[in-house]
Ligand binder design. Sequence first.
Ligand SMILES: Nc1ncnc2c1ncn2[C@@H]1O[C@H](COP(=O)(O)OP(=O)(O)O)[C@@H](O)[C@H]1O
Ligand SMILES: [Mg+2]
Length: 379
Amino acid sequence: MYVRHLQVTDFRSWEHADLAFEPGVSVLVGRNGQGKTNLVEALGYVATLGSHRVATDAPLIRHGAPRAVVRTAVVNDGRELLVELEITPGKANRARINRGPVPRPRDVLGILRTVLFAPEDLALVRGDPGERRRFLDELLTTRAPRYAGVRSDYERVLKQRGALLKSVRAARNADISTLDVWDGHLARHGAELLAARLDLVADIAPHVAAAYAEVAPESRPARIAYRSSLGEAFPYQVAGSAGGAHDRDVLEDALLAELHRVRPQELERGVCLVGPHRDDLDLALGELPAKGYASHGESWSFALALRLGGYELLRVEGAEPVLVLDDVFAELDRGRRRQLAKVAAGAEQVLITAAVAEDVPGELDGLRFDVRHGEVHRV
Ligand SMILES: Nc1ncnc2c1ncn2[C@@H]1O[C@H](COP(=O)(O)OP(=O)(O)O)[C@@H](O)[C@H]1O
Ligand SMILES: [Mg+2]
């Protein structure tokens, strides 16, 4: 798939920008702060309905403007679709496909698939578990857009059950029978999300290990494994051992039993202690965890391997995503640069941002855009 056209209005620093792309390599070149990342962030928003830099929509709207609009034409297997999103903070976004309104913004998910590698990705290795859960869930949604619904159902149940726990805690003698009902909801939606994450980790693990071995051949082997908050109650021997077929019913029963077991602690603390919102993705180099042990270079390589692993998984499953490399070449040493360039050169489309053109390896020759003073020009 490739992006043929991108147009933004009042998105971040851009009052207006209009870019025509082609398959292959496109490089956006401009000094820091000129708005390069803002442009690829707009594409990321179409792909995920979120930003890789901020958790809320407000910063995406140009300062002083009421709303932002992102419009993009995406070609997949020769078929072109036009996606338009109107982002208004504090209100529901509006979406159109081929100029026709769709009921929910998430109906656009799946039209554009991207894999973005950016400096922020160091947090995948060094940051807290929420970063890695987001990595898994975004990839899951890119792989199968219906998981956007599963995620939001789970989030909703989690919030309501959390509120219930807090209110029960506040009023000591409150009726807790409704908690059973919410345990059931949490276990059901949680099991669906958990099974999908486990399948994903089983499927992506070999790609991540292979990508790491390529970008850092001198380092110890990289391994990833899912860490469930079920602990001892986790019904599989090793996460991923079911070889990409984790049973939702088995996981639902395990979640229910564990919720029952930890209920006294939950009532005492007023928080949900079990479920996919408490899980993590363990990253290891040889016998040691990456977090706290890996060097800066190894951490970078691991973050890159996670992204490239995701890219490779989507590619072999038949929906090659657009690869977006935001300001990353300057951060990589020669060897890693060359490895990344090798993968990128084979991509159907890769969009690259860089402060200076010399940072981009020579084999990634293609369209070039200059980004300066709020304008973007093809050169
Ligand atoms: N909502 C916004 N309204 C106006 N300007 C913004 C907004 N969000 C970010 N900016 C500006 O965008 C610039 C950063 O753009 P960015 O795309 O990150 O630059 P780079 O070219 O270095 O990737 C900064 O000058 C920042 O002040
Ligand atoms: Mg940038």
